[in-house]
Design a protein around this ligand. Structure first.
Ligand code: FAD
Length: 301
């Protein structure tokens, strides 16, 4: 079923639901065709009403900052819900507990925790996504992971019903989160430790370390592949001789072999073809199939 046209939406939504929005504007790879519908809610109530409005057959894709998404060139059939710029509440609940809504950027959580004298939230600083994306991915860095700090999550389901779930209701792994289907994160309660000496210098040091080893500032999605057990995807890609390998305007980064860079005019199809080429080459040479960490969505052109 196709997504409702503007004419089918009640007036209060028709003006705010955008049509045929290029997803290249909403992904850190800067590629991706149009989304049929694109909605940024004002708050959770507004979001719940929108979700209820969508016929159940219309697929919903929730996104944060699109920093882990490869949207194909044909775009998204259905509706995209963008939490960034909405769902932005961040508050301290007690000495060690905070609550953040899904649209809050991870970097803001890291910086605010330092101000509150809480740690070790600094690891979130270099993850250029939202809390919602970090919850969906179990994002992590420097040996720490998002779900190591989750007490409870607030979710919204396909009927627009909101509820709270304990962390124990999810099966958590490395960049993997399995929980009830057809519901999405609207916020979480997180627990950190008292760290009265916490300082923004620690964040700056971690960001500096990243800059030395990763192509920060170029158009990428961070690590393309998850690390296989006991090894590193970057080592396998590099030793397969793939650094710098190029398809169209996309290439394997010379700085970090697990990054694929869009040099400006790449299509999603170039990036996807490069991903497949890297997988096949690494499998042929090392006998290991690399799995994508990035989420590939949408229709081919
Ligand atoms: C330069 C660079 C460095 C990076 N470094 C790291 C790193 O160190 N560690 C790391 O783990 N990742 C890293 N990433 C990848 C990325 O930033 C993380 O995966 C991040 O958590 C994605 O958040 P996002 O808001 O951008 O999610 P998106 O890319 O928008 O979405 C990612 C997935 O989460 C789902 N999703 C988003 N919001 C919600 C929600 N509210 N409810 C349910 N599902 C949702 C989407 O549907 C999609 O499947 C890096 C990326 C870049 C570009």
């Amino acid at each position: 079923m196709s997504a409702p046209r503007f004419a089918d939406l009640p007036p209060e939504y028709a003006a705010r639901v955008l049509h045929d929005v290029p997803m290249a504007k909403h992904t850190s790879w800067h590629v991706g065709g149009p989304a049929d519908l694109f909605f940024t809610p004002r708050d959770v109530m507004d979001l719940a009403s929108f979700v209820r409005l969508m016929p159940p057959q219309v697929p919903l894709l929730w996104i944060g900052l699109g920093s882990n998404l490869l949207v194909r060139d044909g775009g998204i059939r259905g509706a995209v819900v963008s939490t960034h710029g909405a769902l932005g509440a961040l508050e301290r609940l007690s000495a060690t507990r905070i609550r953040a809504e899904a649209g809050v950027p991870c970097g803001r959580i890291a910086r605010q925790c330092v101000k509150w004298g809480l740690g070790p939230a600094e690891f979130l600083a270099g993850i250029p996504g939202t809390l919602g994306g970090a919850l969906a991915m179990n994002a992590g860095a420097w040996g720490r992971e998002t779900w190591g700090h989750v007490l409870e999550v607030e979710v919204l389901d396909r009927r627009g019903v909101r509820q709270t779930r304990k962390a124990a209701e999810y099966e958590i792994g490395y960049r993997s989160v399995k929980g009830p289907e057809n519901e999405w994160f609207i916020g979480a309660r997180l627990e950190f430790e008292r760290a009265p000496g916490a300082h923004t210098d620690a964040i700056r040091d971690l960001l500096d370390k990243r800059k030395q080893t990763q192509p920060i500032g170029e158009w990428s999605c961070g690590s393309v592949f998850t690390n296989p057990p006991g090894d590193h995807a970057a080592r396998l890609v590099e030793s397969a001789g793939l650094k710098g390998f190029r398809i169209g305007d996309a290439s394997v980064s010379l700085k970090h072999a697990n990054f694929i860079i869009n040099h400006g005019a790449a299509k999603a199809a170039d990036i996807e073809a490069l991903i497949v080429h890297v997988q096949r080459t690494v499998e042929r040479i090392h006998g290991i199939l690399l799995h994508t960490e990035v989420r590939i969505v949408g229709e081919p052109a």
